[in-house]
Structures are given as C-alpha cells and as structure tokens.
Design a protein around this ligand. Structure first.
Ligand code: NAI
Ligand code: BGC
Length: 267
C-alpha cells in the first residue's frame, strides 16, 4: 500500500491510460478522483469507479473540463471538501486533433493546446497552492505533493501532421521542469511520463487492423504495443516515496520507440 491515505486527482480517467492509473493508485491505497470532461463520458467514469470499489478501493467522480479555469478550481475545492487535501495530481487528460499543417485551423490548434497544455497549467497551479499551504505530513509522504505530467514520446519526436499535439507535449516538458525547479525547495516533486504507443482509444487507427499494427511495430524495438497498465505501474512508482529523489525527470515508457529504431541496421 505505497499510497496509503493519499488523495490523487487523475484527469481524464474514464478511459485508457488515466483509467489504469486510477485503478493502480487505488490498489495502492490512494483515494482517487476520477475526472471526466462531459456528461456523455459519465457512464465510463462510473464503470471505472465501480471497478475500484469492487476491488476494495476508494474513489469518487468529478466532471470537469480541464481547459476551463472555474471548473478546475471547483474540482480542487470539491476534493478538499471531500477528502481534506490533495497529495497527488496526475495531469493525464489529452486529445489529438490531427491535420496537415497547411490546413490546420486556429480552432484545431487551440483545441489541443487548451486541453493538453493549458489544462495541465491550471491543474498544476491549483495542486501547487494546496501542497504549499499544507506542507509535508511526515506519516503520509516525504514530499508535500507530487505532480505527474502525462507527456509523450512526442515531446522529443517531431510528428508530421500533428504540429498542435507535438507542440503541446514539448510545452509540457518545459512546464514540468520549470515548476519542478521552482518548488523543489518546498518539497514538491514534479515529473513526466512519456509513453510510447499505448493501446487506447486515442490511437485506435494505429492498432485496430493487422496492417496498421504491423506498421506500428516497426517503430517499437520491443515489438509489442504498450498497455495502459505499463503506464499505471510507472505512475504509482513516481507518486510513491520509492522515487523520492526523482524530480524534474521524464520517464520514457515506450518499448524503445525513442531509440531511433531506423538506425538499428543502417545509418
Ligand atoms: P484516451 O482518449 O483514452 O484518454 C484521454 C482522456 O482525456 C479521455 O478520458 C477523455 O475523456 C479525457 N479528456 C479529453 N478532453 C478533456 C478535457 N477537456 N478535460 C478533462 N478530460 C478530458 O487516450 P489515452 O491514450 O489514455 O490518453 C491519455 C494521455 O496519454 C493523453 O494526454 C495522451 O496525450 C497521452 N499519451 C497517450 C499515448 C498513447 O499511445 N495512447 C502515448 C503518449 C501519450
Ligand atoms: C499519441 C499516440 C501515438 C503515440 C506514439 C502518443 O502521444 O497520442 O497516438 O500512437 O504517441 O506515436
């Protein structure tokens, strides 16, 4: 029970990676807030909560669009009222709105930046305020609070046709490092996870046919697509005191996707 008595908000946790992070953290004793953005995603969030309570864990749901300041503030207020504080933030919510660059509209650009980058800023700011006002509670964790930013291999791998998405992930890297630097002295830890290709709804086109999956596997030296639990387990480690000396780091969980696989036999 590495996260016993800790309260974790996991944004965008009604599906995919966020769902697994919520389940893995609840299994380690955290009380989890399952955040979902819209009414139509409520049944999925309810199913995640049910799976957690059936396994003996504790959690609650909260609807909030992370790109909306008032809704983010309300989510943190609600969590503090319900559970007393927030110990862990997993900034996971993210979207892709893909387009060739020359036809990318401002709307498509803003949609991705608003959720993936501004959403992480708003949630991190509210978490930091709570961590600073509470400080370290020694029988809970060595740190006053932990933030995990869900970035991507695309914080370092350029991605044609996805300029908005890759830019948001590059931005997350600098946001993460800057707040890690700014608050390390107040015992706050901020790190990123950079997943490679994980089998979730966001990239269904890349794995739902044999041809697509075969093509994807040419980019993954470890020769399997990642599963949400690969990220859930990494998130538990980064949130726990087992990683207490890790701060400002990007943990790539990508089966080697960032190893330039095209250079294995050539170059
Ligand atoms: P997903 O589509 O299952 O999850 C994204 C979640 O974000 C959904 O639950 C969705 O409802 C939520 N969301 C969307 N807009 C929101 C908003 N405005 N406010 C709150 N929540 C919102 O896909 P996946 O893969 O689980 O994505 C999770 C994170 O992991 C994203 O940040 C994504 O960029 C990142 N990622 C995913 C990879 C993959 O291969 N699946 C690889 C690298 C990073
Ligand atoms: C994207 C996925 C993609 C993966 C590897 C993620 O950031 O959201 O669509 O499969 O990176 O390229």
């Amino acid at each position: 029970m590495k996260l016993k008595n800790q309260v974790a908000i996991i944004t965008g946790s009604s599906s995919g990676i966020g769902k697994s992070v919520a389940q893995c953290m609840a299994a380690e004793g955290a009380k989890v807030i399952i955040n979902y953005p819209f009414e139509k995603t409520a049944p999925d969030a309810q199913a995640v909560l049910d799976s957690i309570t059936q396994a003996g864990g504790e959690g609650s749901m909260f609807q909030c669009d992370v790109s909306q300041e008032d809704q983010v503030i309300a989510m943190f207020e609600h969590t503090k009222k319900l559970y007393g504080t927030v110990d862990i933030l997993v900034n996971n919510a993210g979207i892709q709105v893909d387009s060739a660059f020359e036809t990318m509209s401002l709307k498509q650009w803003n949609a991705v930046i608003d959720v993936n980058l501004t959403g992480q800023f708003l949630c991190a700011r509210e978490a930091i305020k709570e961590f600073l006002s509470r400080g370290v509670v020694s029988d809970t964790s060595c740190a006053a609070g932990k933030i995990i930013c869900m970035s991507s291999v695309h914080q370092v791998i350029p991605w044609a046709g996805h300029a908005n998405y890759a830019s948001s992930k590059g931005g997350i890297d600098m946001l993460m490092q800057t707040i890690a630097q700014e608050f390390a002295g107040r015992k706050v830890r901020v790190n990123s996870i950079c997943p490679g290709a994980i089998q979730t709804p966001i990239n269904k086109d890349a794995w739902s046919t044999k041809e697509a999956l075969d093509e994807l596997l040419t980019l993954i030296p470890y020769k399997r697509i990642g599963q949400p639990e690969d990220i859930g387990k990494a998130a538990v480690w980064l949130a726990s005191d087992d990683s207490d000396y890790v701060n400002g780091a990007s943990l790539f969980v990508d089966g080697g996707m960032t190893l330039f696989p095209g250079f294995r036999t050539n170059g």
